[in-house]
Design a protein around this ligand. Structure first.
Ligand code: SF4
Ligand code: SF4
Length: 229
C-alpha cells in the first residue's frame, strides 16, 4: 500500500503545483485587460461605473466567455480522444461502483428528475457493508477512501454474471456505455481506459484548476458588486 499512498500524495502535490501555474496564467490575462496606469487590485471594492468596476465586469466576461470556452473545448477534445481506447471487460466498474450519495439520497435525486441517479438506481444495489465491498477489490476501496474527503457508498450490479458478463448488455443504460466519462474518475489498474487517464491527467488537472479559479474570481466579483449601491 506504500506505493498507493505515495501516488495519492504525489497527485495532491501535483495538483497544488498545477493550480499555482494556472493561477499565474489567469492573473496574467486579468492584468492584460487592466486599464493603463491603474493601480488597484482585481478584488478591491470600486464605485459602480468607475474604471475599477468596469475592469471587474470585463474580467467576469473574460473568465466566463473566453477562458471558460477554451476550457470546455479542451475538455471535449479529451473526451473525444477516449474513443482510441477500449473497455477490456474486466467488470470492475460493474462489481464496484461508488457514489458520494446513499441509496436514500439517490432515490430523492431520481424522484427530482436527476437522470444519472435514475440510471444508477436502475442497475446498482448497495453492498451490505463496506467490508463486503472491500473483499471484492481491497486496493480499489482504499484508493477511493484516500481520494474522497466525503463519505463514499459502495454498490454493485446484480446483472453481472459469475463469469463477469453483463446479462443485459443490449439494454444496459447510457451510464454503463459512457464509463468513464470523467477523466478524473478513479480507475482500477485493470481498466482499459487507464492509459487514457494517465495520458490526459496533467491537462485535466490543469483545466480543473482553471475552472476552480474562474469560479472563485467570478463569485468574489459578483458578491462585491452586490454590496455596492
Ligand atoms: S448493466 Fe451490465 S454493464 Fe451496466 S453495470 Fe450492470 S453488468 Fe455492468
Ligand atoms: S473498469 Fe474499465 S475495462 Fe473494466 S469493465 Fe469497466 S470500463 Fe471496462
Amino acid at each position: 500500500m506504500t506505493d498507493l499512498n505515495n501516488s495519492i500524495t504525489n497527485l495532491k502535490k501535483k495538483y497544488r503545483e498545477i493550480f499555482a501555474t494556472s493561477l499565474e496564467e489567469i492573473n496574467k490575462r486579468i492584468e492584460e485587460i487592466k486599464p493603463k496606469d491603474f493601480s488597484g487590485d482585481i478584488l478591491d471594492t470600486y464605485v459602480k461605473g468607475s474604471e475599477g468596476y468596469i475592469w471587474q465586469e470585463q474580467v467576469v466576461k473574460l473568465l466566463n466567455e473566453d477562458i471558460s470556452k477554451e476550457i470546455y473545448r479542451k475538455l471535449n477534445e479529451i473526451l473525444a480522444y477516449r474513443v482510441k481506447f477500449k473497455c477490456v471487460g474486466c467488470a470492475t466498474c460493474c462489481n464496484l461502483a461508488c457514489s458520494e450519495f446513499s441509496p436514500e439520497e439517490l432515490k430523492i435525486k431520481a424522484q427530482n428528475g436527476d437522470n444519472f441517479a435514475n440510471q444508477f438506481l436502475s442497475i446498482f444495489i448497495p453492498y451490505t457493508s463496506k467490508e463486503e465491498a472491500r473483499a471484492v477489490y481491497p486496493e480499489y476501496i482504499e484508493l477511493l477512501e484516500e481520494n474522497k474527503e466525503d463519505k463514499v457508498y459502495f454498490y454493485h450490479c446484480p446483472k453481472l454474471t459469475k463469469d463477469n458478463r453483463c446479462s443485459d448488455y443490449e439494454n444496459r443504460p447510457q451510464i454503463c456505455r459512457d464509463f468513464p466519462d470523467n477523466p478524473l474518475t478513479l480507475l482500477p489498474k485493470s481498466c482499459g481506459y487507464s492509459e487514457w487517464k494517465s495520458e490526459i491527467e496533467p491537462i485535466t488537472l490543469m483545466l480543473h484548476s482553471m475552472l476552480e479559479i474562474v469560479a472563485f474570481y467570478t463569485n468574489k466579483i459578483i458578491n462585491l458588486h452586490k454590496n455596492i449601491v
